[in-house]
Each structure stands twice: as C-alpha cells, then as structure tokens.
Design a protein around this ligand. Structure first.
Ligand code: G6P
Length: 611
C-alpha cells in the first residue's frame, strides 16, 4: 500500500526521503514521487520504481530542507505519472501525499468543479488538496485550519502530509484509518507510514491516532484533533535495530526471513515460558484470561496468511482446549451482520496491525460487546491499540511481501494460548501440557535441521518451475498449511495453485490431475497418515507427480512419491510450524528461477490499508 515519508530540519531532505522511500518499497507500489521546498516547490514523480524516480531527478534541482515523498499503490486511477503523488492544488498553494481512500470524492469533486476547479488526475487525493486550497482561499483561514476543515468534510481513510506555499517551514500530518508515525529528532522531524524509514534517524516516535493532526515546524510541533482540541503526544522509544530491516547477506528479504524463523519463534516464546515445571505466561492476556477460559466460542479473524494462521488456531483451540472456533475472513465478517454473543472472544490476527478490513472487523466486534484479542507483529500499530488485550509476535520486521516468519510466529502464539487454555480448562493433563510445551521449545532447533540442507528443495524447484498449475493437499492441522503453501506459490511466482483438504480432492480437483500436474502432499506421521497415503496412491494412479512433505525416516511414502522433503518429528499439533518451511522455500526458489520480483510481487501490498 501507499508509503509516506517526510522531513523537516536542517539537512537536505532529498537523500532522507529517497532512503525512506526505499525502506517502504516492501509495502508494494506502482509509482513514486517527491516534493521539495526551497523558496519554491518542485514536484518530481513517475510511474515505476523508486530507482526510476532517482533516474528521473538526475540533473534536476533537488535542494530543500523540507520535503515529502510517496510510493503509490493505485486505487483511483491507473498507475501513471499524472496519478502519482504528490498532488498539487490547482493554484499551486498546497501539495499533498495521501495513503487511503476518500470515499465521497466524486461528490466533493463535482462541488469543486462547480466552483471553477479543474483536475488533472483521476485520483481522490487531488480532490482533497483542492478542497483544502478552496477553503484556504475562500475562508481566508490559516493553512492548518484549512486542512482541518477539509478533513471534517471527507468520508474515508487517510494518512496525509500537506505543505503550503505561504508557510514553507511547516508540514501538516493527519491520520484517520491509515497509519502515520512522526519521528522526533534533535531539531528535526521525520514522518512515515511506519517506523522503518525513521529508526535510522531517531528511535523517538509518536504514532498518530485517528483524527489526530500534527502541525510540525522546524522548532515546534503541535498535536491536536481535527476538531482543534490540543493533545499531549505520547513519545515512544522504539527498540528496533536497523540491521533487522536490512538483508544481512541474503539475496532477498523473503529468504532472510525464512531463515530467521527459528530465531523468530524463540523470540516469540522467550520470557513467556517458565521451566521446572514448564508453564506459559502471557502477560498481555492476563486481564482477559477468565473471559478466555470461559469462552463459549472463539471467533478468529484475519486476512491472507494471517487467516491461514487462524485456521491452524481453530484446530489448536478445538483439539487442546475444546472451545468451538470459527475462522472468518475479516472482510466477510464485517459485512455480513455476524452474530456475536456475550461469551464470545474474538481473536484478530495481523502481521502489520494495519489491515483495514481486520481493523474494521475489530471495531464491529467491540461495538457488539465482544472481548477482542490481537495477535500482531508490528508494535504500536493500529490493531494492538484497538484491541482489549493481546500478544505480540516477536518476529521482527517482516519486509518481504509474502509472509513467512510472521506466520510461524503467529502459530507459535496460537499454540501457546491453546496449550494454556487446555491446561486451565483441564482438557489436557499436566503431563500432556508438559510434553506439548517441551515440544514447542524444540521447534526452533528442528527448523534449523530443515534449513541445514535445502538442496533437495532447490532441485524440486528447478524441475517444476515451469508448471502452470499446482495442487496442495493436507489433512487436519496440515490442511491450512496446504492453503498457505499454495498462496506462497501464487503470490511470488504467479503459478496458479490451489490448496485443498486431501479428502476433498475426489470432489473436484482430481479431474485436473495428469502427468503435468505437481501435487504437493503434506504427509507427516500423524493420525491421518494412512488416509493420506491412500490419497497419494489416488494421485499416482492418475499419473500425477507427487512431491510429499514427510516425517524424517519415512519409507512408505518415499516408495510412492516422486520426491520427498523431510521434516523432523514433533507433536502433531505443532507440525504446521515445520511442514510449512519446505513449502516456503520451494515457492521462493521457483519464483527466483522464473525471474520474478520475490520481495515485491506485482499488484500485491505488504500492508493493505484500504478496503
Ligand atoms: C497482504 C499481505 C499478506 C498478508 C495479508 C494480511 O495481503 O500481502 O502477506 O498476509 O495482507 O496482512 P496482515 O498484516 O493483516 O497480516
């Protein structure tokens, strides 16, 4: 989704903005632009990558100590040079960059056209900047008042930075729905959609809340609401290491993040498990523990990979804690008038903590009286601030658009909650609890075993890189992993892939199987092992190619399948944490061999902040 950066201070803004835009590339975008102010304003923008913008400005005036920059992910109007941000108001007084959607833009646009405004782009953003200018000129008010008044007239979501020609030493930032962070430096201020571009300059940040406006001058920063009520900002010290958001010798962020999974899982349970005997402590859930233990139902919501983690959660909560679970796409949940009962607990899962549909679903659940728990990765993001309680995954920044370590960290948190609930509700015995926690502690070293030799996975990637379609099959705990494996392949290699419960294969997908169809089967030793062996035989009988993820030492499937990828044995409930790793790697290598942009796949965004 769109990325925003801004700078005001004593230094040249251009290099800071450029570096910031590069840090935000991971969010997904199709065009980029900047505005620099230095007695006069200059706007440079173009379709394509930040590197295209960099080439475009060669030889041009890039001076200025105030500036704003943007990466655009198209919503209104195709990706092209004109629709790229920044947008300048018709009389050149205001410049804006915007992340979000102005829903009532066409009505506002008509009104402005009636008053003589003309538009050059197809964007909703140009409507907003012209509205600000119209109010400024017509009402003879200050720039700050014009921005605030304009914002009271828009319906929708925005994170914006605005500059005004008449007050060049000022940037106005405002947020509703779309994230925005202000970095407080020494005599300088930074702005960004998330903290990644800021932390190399300062670790002191203020997260804007909905309806907050920051009026930032070189020597002064004022926070107020859109309705002009002053606010005292909470300055947070971020504990984020710059090394964590760099590639660290790997070719891509995705590969780095796949290899970081043992560390990410360990960090996620670190400090939350005590030894002798084992016990799980989740401080963030402390005050909702009674609600959870007595929940009549748990509703898990999320999107994309987080939804897949939620599906694993369903198996975990039902198996270990015997609480009925429903897993919902946040986008469906929020629009279908869901029945939420007083004893329901809603668990919202999100890596970014900013996904617009998940955020809206949380608000709906809260309005209906539900207790809402968040499982998020980005500290200080919108979802953890909106939920009643929660558990952070400590996976560290995830930059690759295809989620990997966030998924396994989410499943780790879900496993811990399920084990804790199962123990508290006396569904699992003390010895089962001890053995599950001990199995979880062993997961990181088992992941390292998988990652130690990936030559077979690379070989399989090479053999099947030109496939047009792939099928992923799994049962029980591994059905969600089949879905996740298929999603990983689709996202980054653009090969059509479908995940299915293995038994459902007979009700449709089996018709597709022939000698050209690779079928990835999750077939580790668990209670449906015999059944999955039969499914493999059904595929082979139709000349399909079987590539199976098996438990180490398996000989039966080795004799049946075309290829196997081994994972160590663990408790069945924790197998998703291991079985997903070969599938992530396989997608990665297939995408690399196909020459795809692994970290920034076409059309996708890391953080989907629009509906
Ligand atoms: C986008 C990303 C996915 C992610 C999904 C949900 O589609 O590309 O990787 O799983 O959003 O994001 P969230 O931040 O809520 O987990």
């Amino acid at each position: 989704m769109c990325g925003i950066v801004g700078y005001i201070g004593p230094k040249n803004a251009y290099p800071i903005l450029l570096a910031g835009l590069k840090r935000l590339e991971y969010r997904g975008y199709d065009s980029a632009g900047i505005a620099l102010l230095n007695g006069e304003s200059r706007v440079y923008k173009c379709k394509g990558k930040v590197s295209d913008l960099e080439n475009y400005v060669i030889g041009k005036d890039i001076s200025g100590t105030v500036g704003i920059g943007h990466t655009r992910w198209a919503t209104h109007g195709e990706p092209n040079d004109i629709n790229a941000h920044p947008h300048v108001s018709m009389n050149g007084l205001f410049i804006i960059i915007h992340n979000g959607i102005i829903e009532n833009y066409s009505r506002l646009k008509r009104k402005l056209e009636d008053r003589g405004y003309t538009f050059t782009s197809d964007t909703d953003t140009e409507v907003l900047v012209n509205l600000i200018e119209y109010i400024y000129m017509k009402g003879q008010v200050t720039a700050e008042i014009a921005v605030r008044l304009a914002l009271t007239k828009v319906i929708g979501a925005y994170g914006i930075l605005v500059t005004c020609k008449d007050e060049e030493d000022m940037i106005i930032a405002a947020r509703k729905g779309s994230p925005l962070v202000v970095g407080v430096g020494d005599g300088e201020y930074f702005f960004a959609s998330d903290a990644t571009p800021i932390i190399e300059h300062t670790n002191r940040v203020v997260y804007l809340n909905d309806n907050d406006v920051a009026i930032v001058r070189r020597d002064e920063i004022t926070f107020k609401t859109v309705m002009n009520v002053k606010i005292t900002p909470i300055i947070q010290n971020l504990d984020l290491d710059i090394g964590e958001i760099e590639k660290g010798g790997f070719d891509h962020f995705m590969l780095k993040e796949i290899f970081e999974q043992s560390r990410a899982i360990e960090d996620t349970f670190r400090g939350r498990i005590s030894h002798n005997p084992f016990n799980i402590h989740l401080g963030g859930l402390f005050h909702v523990m009674d609600k959870l233990i007595n929940a009549k139902r748990i509703i898990i919501i999320g999107c994309g990979t987080s939804w897949h983690a939620g599906l694993v959660g369903e198996y975990l909560f039902e198996e270990l804690a015997r609480i009925p679970v429903e897993v919902e796409y946040a986008s469906e949940f929020r629009y279908r008038n869901p029945v939420i009962l007083p004893d329901d607990v809603v668990v919202a899962i999100s890596q970014s903590g900013e996904t617009a549909d998940t955020l809206a679903a949380i608000k709906l659940a809260k309005e209906q009286g539900a207790t809402v728990i968040g499982i998020c990765n980005v500290v200080g993001s919108s979802i953890p601030r909106e939920t009643h309680a929660g558990v952070y995954t400590h996976a560290g920044p995830e930059i690759g658009v295809a989620s990997t370590k966030a998924f396994t960290a989410q499943v780790t948190v879900l496993s811990m909650i399920a084990m804790l609930l199962g123990h508290e509700r006396k569904v699992i015995s003390e010895s089962e609890y001890q053995s599950l926690v001990s199995a979880l502690i062993e997961i990181p070293s088992k992941i390292d075993i998988i990652l130690k030799d990936i030559s077979e996975i690379q070989k399989i990637a090479d053999l099947y890189k030109n496939s047009n379609n792939c099928l992923y099959l799994g049962r029980g705990f591994l059905f969600p992993v089949a879905l996740e494996g298929a999603l990983k392949l689709k996202e980054i290699s653009y090969i059509h892939a479908e995940g299915y419960p293995a038994a459902e294969m007979k009700h449709g997908p089996i018709a597709l199987i022939d000698q050209n169809m690779p079928v990835f089967v999750l077939a580790t030793k668990d209670k449906s092992y015999e059944k999955i062996v039969s499914n493999i035989q059904e595929v082979k009988a139709r000349k399909g190619i079987v590539i199976a993820v098996v438990s180490e030492g398996d000989t039966v499937i080795k004799g049946l399948a075309d290829h196997v990828m081994e994972v160590p044995l663990t408790d069945e409930a924790l197998t998703p944490l291991l079985a997903v790793i070969p599938l992530q790697l396989l997608s990665y290598y297939i995408a690399v061999l196909r020459g795809c942009n692994v970290d920034q796949p076409r059309n996708l965004a890391k953080s989907v902040t629009v509906e």
